[in-house]
Design a binder for this molecule. Structure first.
Ligand code: NAI
Length: 500
């Protein structure tokens, strides 16, 4: 493929054109708005100069890249293109009309691709004479930096078309990932779990946004907390995507959006772009949870679901000079420190037979050396909470205290991410390896969700969602069959039949 047309020269079209021009392809820019394509070319000329200033392009590269960009003033000028990439307004009828018109202009072997992020490729191709040459090429913003591109096959797309596009994306220096035409494709689909579970946590008043963000950054290694991310993207973008995927999956509770973001959207609290979202901007120094000087120093009785958590807690507490209560039943003055999975503090107190007023739980999913989350029952004595928070925050690793929650913060968010990725693997939206790589590159997670599930312990993840589903009766948490089967077989979450 030599000549590439980019239709729509807004944020995405301009980025795609830049990438193609720098990779040496001949690019035709077209936009329905008069002058928009010329403006985009001028902006790109400045971008090339800036890159040259930083030493990323030579003066020769700049001249060549700019020469590669030509403006077309009518669709008819695109008759000799090998590939047309549409990046226009996200409206199905408008996209369908453009594709239909293009078919009258381009050669029979010209490929037609849409950069849509939420519409069905099959639906866009509907009405085309040759839907077999229509595919999705989903780039991410900013295009030159986001190295992943979803290559999407609609129902009628020819496999040879997908192969050609995969090869072409490689030539751009980006990483193509093949996927089926399903709502949200891979990355926007997989990304539903992080935000919606965080919103569920906030909706249950488990912890304020600052605490949820901090816990997920410091304990699990996410670059941004979910509420920081919502504010960056803007709720005018994020909330409709949540609603759209929920509706497209026929209101499957897995994707349930939150009334919180709908209300904020209605109230114009969009995030950074409106100076107010979950945070106010410019963002002020965050107040940490205040540490109160403890008024007691009780012995600690440990109740852990997993022996290794018991050992880790006992060693750590002994290192802090804490007296351990090693009796089989906690003494009358002891703090009962429990390490459950998938339970709330009330459920854990019941399971371990401890007094809820003296019970605190700790999330051991991230281990003891990362940000510690302590969870209290509605009746845990305040002086015991103060004691535990001061104790667990007394080194360089932070600690947070949260209200009762099935699965703390990390357990339920991580379980939601892994469980959803398992569903996606089960549906065959993409291969397990592609799901992992696409999510890591597209969402910037420290690991792909399936590999992460293996690292956290797939059996643990299953245990968390099973208990959450049993206790809450919310089908949102039903375990994925992919997860349940692989835990039962003792094989990795990346295992698929074709690997036998
Ligand atoms: P944008 O609003 O920045 O640019 C759209 C451009 O298309 C405008 O210049 C507009 O004049 C032009 N346009 C509208 N109708 C047209 C038509 N019938 N023919 C020719 N040009 C037309 O939009 P943006 O953000 O660049 O999005 C474009 C597409 O890319 C959408 O489908 C969007 O869902 C998708 N996308 C957007 C991402 C983002 O982060 N903005 C990420 C990935 C995909």
């Amino acid at each position: 493929m030599h000549i590439i047309a980019v239709i729509g020269t807004g944020a995405m079209g301009a980025g795609i054109a830049q990438l193609c021009a720098q990779a040496g392809f001949n690019v035709r820019l077209y936009d329905v708005q008069a002058g928009a394509a010329h403006k985009a070319r001028d902006r790109l000329a400045q971008v090339f100069e800036t890159l040259a200033g930083k030493g990323r392009l030579t003066p020769g590269d700049v001249t060549q890249a700019l020469a590669n960009l030509q403006v077309s003033v009518s669709l008819k000028e695109l008759h000799d293109c090998d590939l047309v990439i549409e990046a226009i307004v996200e409206k199905l009828d408008v996209k369908q009309a453009v594709f239909k018109e293009l078919e009258q202009i381009v050669r029979a072997d010209c490929l037609l691709a849409s950069n849509t992020s939420s519409l069905s490729i099959t639906a866009i191709a509907q009405g085309c004479q040759r839907p077999s040459r229509v595919a999705g090429l989903h780039f991410f913003n900013p295009v030159p930096l986001m190295k992943v591109v979803e290559v999407i096959a609609g129902l009628e797309t020819d496999n040879a078309v997908i192969e050609q596009l995969m090869t072409w994306v490689n030539q751009l220096g980006h990483w193509p990932v093949r996927c089926h035409d399903t709502p949200g494709f891979i990355i926007n689909h997989a990304g539903r779990a992080y935000g919606t579970e965080a919103l569920a946590i906030l909706g249950e008043r488990v912890a304020p946004v600052q605490v949820v963000d901090r816990v997920l950054r410091e304990a699990m290694g996410f670059r941004m907390g979910p509420f920081e991310l919502f504010d960056l993207t803007g709720l005018d973008v994020s909330h409709p995507v949540m609603e759209s995927i929920f509706e497209q999956y026929y209101q499957d509770p897995r994707y349930r959006p939150s009334v919180l973001t709908r209300q904020m959207l209605n109230g114009g609290r969009l995030g950074r772009k409106s100076a107010r979202g979950f945070y106010s901007y410019p963002r002020s120094e965050e107040a940490q949870q205040p540490l109160v000087r403890p008024t007691c120093n009780p012995p600690v009785w440990i109740g852990a679901q997993e022996p290794e958590d018991h050992r880790a807690l006992a060693n750590w507490l002994a290192g802090q000079g804490i007296t351990l209560d090693n009796a089989s039943i906690p003494g009358a003055d002891s703090l009962c420190l429990l390490a459950p999975y998938g339970l709330d503090a009330c459920g854990a107190a019941q399971a371990f037979g401890t007094d809820p007023a003296r019970t605190l739980c700790i999330d051991m999913l991230p281990g003891i050396e990362r940000h510690r989350t302590l969870m209290r029952t509605p009746v845990t004595h305040t002086h015991l909470c103060d004691f535990a928070l001061a104790l667990f925050a007394n080194d360089t690793v932070g600690a947070s205290l949260i209200e009762d929650s099935l699965g703390f913060i990390c357990q339920r968010v991580m379980a939601a991410i892994v469980n959803l990725a398992c569903d996606m693997a089960q549906q065959g939206i993409a291969t397990p390896a592609d799901i992992d790589r696409a999510v890591q590159l597209g969402l910037g997670y420290p690991s792909g969700p399936l590999a992460w599930g293996d690292a956290l312990g797939a059996a643990r993840v299953l245990n968390i969602v099973q208990r959450m589903a049993e206790t809450s009766h919310d089908p949102r948490y039903r375990p994925s069959s992919w997860l349940r089967r692989r835990v039962g077989l003792g094989c990795s979450l990346g295992f698929e039949r074709s690997a036998c």
